[in-house]
Design a protein around this ligand. Structure first.
Ligand SMILES: [Zn+2]
Length: 76
């Protein structure tokens, strides 16, 4: 399986982790509430996992413009 990280805002591919021994504990998923998990983590049909995070660029944009959080794709 692979865990792919993409930016939830601009869809930038932020890297991926390959391996069959990755646990949710190692990824920190167990810290998330069920709602956060379903929002952030997508289990693909091929067994991969997609994790939606915010890249540095979008993080910075959101920090300086918190109201952008309310918009789905603020940078497009
Ligand atoms: Zn981004």
């Amino acid at each position: 399986m692979a865990v792919n990280y993409i930016c939830r805002h601009c869809k930038t591919n932020m890297g991926s982790i390959e391996g069959s021994l990755i646990t949710e504990q190692q990824l920190g998923f167990h810290f998330l509430t069920p709602d956060e998990r379903s929002d952030i983590i997508t289990y693909e049909s091929n067994g991969d996992v997609t994790v939606k995070v915010a890249c540095d660029y979008c993080n910075e944009a959101l920090n300086s413009n918190p109201e952008l959080m309310l918009v789905n794709n603020p940078l497009q």
